[in-house]
Every structure is written in structure tokens, then in C-alpha cells.
Design a protein around this ligand. Structure first.
Ligand code: PLP
Length: 456
């Protein structure tokens, strides 16, 4: 292995890191971590640190690190058939088997699964399919996509536009004109603290109705949303939100894309957010938990009413002009099969529900009354602690103070990784679904001590 100093130097000089302050990193002012291994919920780095990964990488290593079953499946697949494409009816045993496994787990009413590589490209696929669908139905004006402020759907041109976070738009000339944003279902941040949850749901619905009326329903193709807002702050929806939104969409013949890149395959304690919140989507976007990030793979699960029109489209126009070289890559598919089996065998969907609830309850008990904690919230194995300047006035710290990032840095010193969410002082937790209660206790204890260190 290269000496630490060589790696560190090459890293600063050669590697363009995503989502990184490029200047500070190149000059050696921003931290660098070279990760060397992982086991269960822990990672190790080249400096000998062993860290409890309270964010499962980027909420993706759902089965935990170091699973030999998945490593073996990948190695076996690489030896037998490292690659063949999936165009024009080609497939591998792995890609076909995984299709069947995904469809067996998908909510009712879904018809087929298309495989890509990551969440961004899966959303890109979904938007193209929505546009194709409306062209085949002879309504070429019905193309706009409604997303939510604070939604996260990727960082490509279209998907970065769908994302409703300023950082992903600023200086990139985004969002593109086909994308419009509506209110985030973020009760805690609504300016009127006396508004009940039910009234807030009604308010979100009214905002959506207003937007549809202003733009014209005949110009709007689809609505995209994460079952639980993720990168925008880890915010479960207010009670009744999804059925109420879906009723509006149905009334205006607008498709629903549920972006389940984070929630798919168990993170909420249910297989999918669709079932968890009782809502029927037309398209489901999956990635992360599909392979627990042992290999890159995404999935666009297409509902029956869209599938029928897509088939009509190819009958009328020939082959569907959409696909990637690496669609349904056999190595990703092999990882997916082994991963989904492990999720079943270890009962991880159930564990996400029970230990996730424990994590949220113990977190609330430990820090919920702190003068600078405004809200502890979560669902399944997702948890967030929102920091505030003043609890009673519900006022927030100046972003430049970086309070959330400081608490996360203090946690790192104590051996636990949390994520400072990008908009607001919000500590985010999304541990592997195999988290134990003892590990949840460690996360909570470290959060409490670190908040006390930074905020008193
Ligand atoms: N959708 C959601 C809900 C996500 O959280 C993410 C990534 O975090 C994406 C899409 C984009 O996925 P990727 O980073 O694999 O392109």
C-alpha cells in the first residue's frame, strides 16, 4: 500500500471530489479522509480511526459493510460473465432474476423495471418516459414537472433542476424551464407555529392547486417527490399528505413519480414508501438500497398505465430510443440479488422499523429538551435533529456560523459520523438497517455530548 503521505498528496493534486469546496481542498484547508475498510456499521480509515457510520455512506449501505455474501456474488458474476449489454432483448441470468425479485417486492400496479446506474440517471429516465408517454397520448403540451422546494432528485441537468436546493442551482443556470417547484411539506419550518399538522397538509394541497391553476393542468405532466424529504432535511410528511396530494394529481391527470432512492427496500421499516404512506405511484425511482451500494445500480419501476402506453408507443414508432451501455450491468444485478436476499434473511426491513423507532425515541429523550434543539423527527431508520437559535421564537442560526457542521465535527471526534444536512442546521442520521440498539445508544450519547460541547 502507498504511504499515507503519498496518497494524501495525490488526492489533493489529482482527484476532483464531488460536492466539495474545490479551492479549500486543493489548498489543504478542507479535511480529507481516506477510507480503508468497513465492517457492520463501522468504517476504518488509514489513520486508524474506527467510526460508527450513522449515515450508511450516503444513506446507501443498508445491509452494512463487509458482507461476504455480496462480495462473493460479485466475484462469481465477474468470473462467469463480467458484462453483456441488455439492449434489444439481451439479458443475463442475474439481470432477469433481479427484475423478478424487484417486481415481487414492488407495490401492486407496477408492471416492469428498467435498470440504470444511480439515482440521478433513474430520475432522468423517468422524466423521459413521462414526456414520451404524453407524446404518445397526443398531448405534447403536457410536459412540465412539479417538484418540491427542498426535494432532492440528483444533480444532472434535469435532475438537478428537480432538486429544490439552492446549492444545486446556483451558478449552474438551473432549474431548467420545464421544472416548477411547490411548497416543501416541512411543518416545522412553516412561519405560523400555531398551524396544526392537518391544516398544514391542507395548506400544501392548496399551494399545489394554486400552482396547477396558474400553469394550467394541460401543461403539467408529473409531480415528483420523496416519500420522506431526505437531503432537504429528513422531514416526514405531515399526516395525510400523500393521499391528499395524490387526489389532486388524479383530478388533473398528472402522473406521480415517487423517488424512493433513499426509502426503497426497507429504510422506513416498510419495503417501499408507497405502501408506507398508502399512495399509488406511476413510477418509482430506486437506487442506493437496491444493492446497498456494493455496486452501482438503479431502477425505474414503471406502473401498468404507463407501461401500456409505452408499448403502444413502440408499436407506433419502433424501438424505444433510450438505454445506457451499463443498463442492468450483470455485476450490479448480482450484487442486487445477494443484497435483497440478505435483507430478507436478516429481517432488516423489520429491524429498520424497530431499531429506527428506538433511535428516534432515545434521541428525542436525550436532546429534545435542549434549548437549541427545535425538533427531533424521523421515520424508520431516518432521524434528524434540527438546531435552532431560539426554541420559543423558532428562529434559526445564521448559516455562516455553521452550527450543524460544528456539531457533526464534534461527533466525529467522538467516533460517530452524522451528516450536516446542506440547508439549515440539521443533524442527519440514516444508519445501516442492521443497526443494533447498543449502536443506536452510542449515536445518541455522542450526539448529546457534542451538542453540549458546541451549544452549551
Ligand atoms: N433521489 C434521491 C431521493 C436521493 O437521495 C439521491 C441521492 O442522494 C438521488 C436521487 C440521486 O442519486 P445518485 O446520487 O445516485 O445519482
Amino acid at each position: 500500500m502507498l504511504t499515507n503521505d503519498q496518497l494524501a498528496k495525490w488526492d489533493r493534486e489529482s482527484f476532483f471530489h464531488p460536492s466539495t469546496h474545490l479551492g479549500q481542498f486543493a489548498r489543504g484547508e478542507a479535511a480529507q479522509r481516506i477510507v480503508t475498510g468497513g465492517e457492520g456499521v463501522f468504517i476504518t480509515d488509514r489513520d486508524g480511526n474506527r467510526l460508527l457510520d450513522g449515515f450508511a455512506g450516503l444513506y446507501c449501505v443498508n445491509v452494512g459493510y463487509g458482507r461476504a455474501e455480496i462480495a462473493e456474488a460479485i466475484a462469481t458474476q465477474a468470473r462467469e460473465l463480467s458484462y453483456y449489454h441488455s439492449y434489444a432483448g439481451h439479458g443475463s441470468e442475474a439481470s432477469i432474476t433481479l427484475s423478478k425479485m424487484v417486481m415481487d417486492r414492488a407495490p401492486e400496479g407496477m408492471a416492469r423495471v428498467y435498470f440504470g446506474l444511480g439515482g440521478s440517471d433513474a430520475n432522468e429516465t423517468n422524466i423521459k418516459l413521462v414526456w414520451y408517454y404524453n407524446n404518445i397520448l397526443g398531448r405534447p403540451e403536457k410536459k412540465k414537472i412539479i417538484s418540491r422546494w427542498r426535494g432532492y432528485h440528483g444533480s444532472g441537468l434535469m435532475t438537478g433542476s428537480l432538486t429544490g436546493l439552492d446549492l444545486f442551482h446556483r451558478k449552474f443556470d438551473l432549474p431548467l424551464s420545464q421544472v416548477i417547484h411547490t411548497e416543501a411539506p416541512y411543518h416545522f419550518r412553516h412561519p405560523d407555529p400555531t398551524m396544526s399538522e392537518a391544516d398544514f397538509t391542507a395548506h400544501c394541497v392548496a399551494k399545489l392547486e394554486e400552482l396547477i391553476a396558474a400553469e394550467g393542468a394541460d401543461t403539467i405532466a408529473a409531480f415528483i417527490g420523496e416519500p420522506v424529504l431526505g437531503t432537504g432535511g429528513i422531514v416526514p410528511p405531515p399526516a395525510g399528505y400523500w393521499p391528499a396530494i395524490k387526489a389532486v394529481l388524479d383530478r388533473h391527470d398528472i402522473l406521480l413519480i415517487l423517488d424512493e432512492v433513499v426509502t426503497g427496500f426497507g429504510r422506513l421499516g416498510s419495503m417501499f414508501g408507497a405502501g408506507h404512506y398508502g399512495v399509488q405511484p406511476d413510477l418509482i425511482t430506486c437506487a442506493k438500497g437496491l444493492t446497498s451500494a456494493y455496486a452501482p445500480l438503479s431502477a425505474s419501476i414503471v406502473g401498468q398505465r404507463m407501461w401500456d402506453v409505452l408499448m403502444q408507443g413502440t408499436d407506433e414508432n419502433g424501438v424505444l430510443g433510450h438505454g445506457w451501455t451499463y443498463s442492468a450491468h450483470p455485476i450490479g444485478a448480482a450484487a442486487g440479488i445477494a443484497n435483497l436476499k440478505l435483507i430478507d434473511d436478516l429481517g432488516l426491513v423489520e429491524n429498520a422499523g424497530t431499531v429506527g423507532r428506538y433511535l428516534n425515541e432515545t434521541m428525542r429523550a436525550a436532546v429534545g429538551d435542549h434549548v437549541h434543539v427545535g425538533e427531533v423527527r424521523g421515520e424508520g431508520m431516518l432521524c434528524a435533529v434540527e438546531l435552532v437559535a431560539d426554541r420559543d421564537k423558532r428562529s434559526f442560526f445564521d448559516a455562516a456560523e455553521g452550527k450543524g457542521a460544528k456539531v457533526v465535527a464534534a461527533m466525529l471526534k467522538r467516533g460517530v459520523i452524522a451528516r450536516a444536512m446542506p440547508q439549515g442546521d440539521i443533524l442527519g442520521f440514516a444508519p445501516p438497517l442492521c443497526l443494533t440498539q447498543a449502536e443506536a445508544d452510542q449515536i445518541v450519547a455522542v450526539t448529546k455530548d457534542s451538542i453540549a460541547e458546541v451549544l452549551g
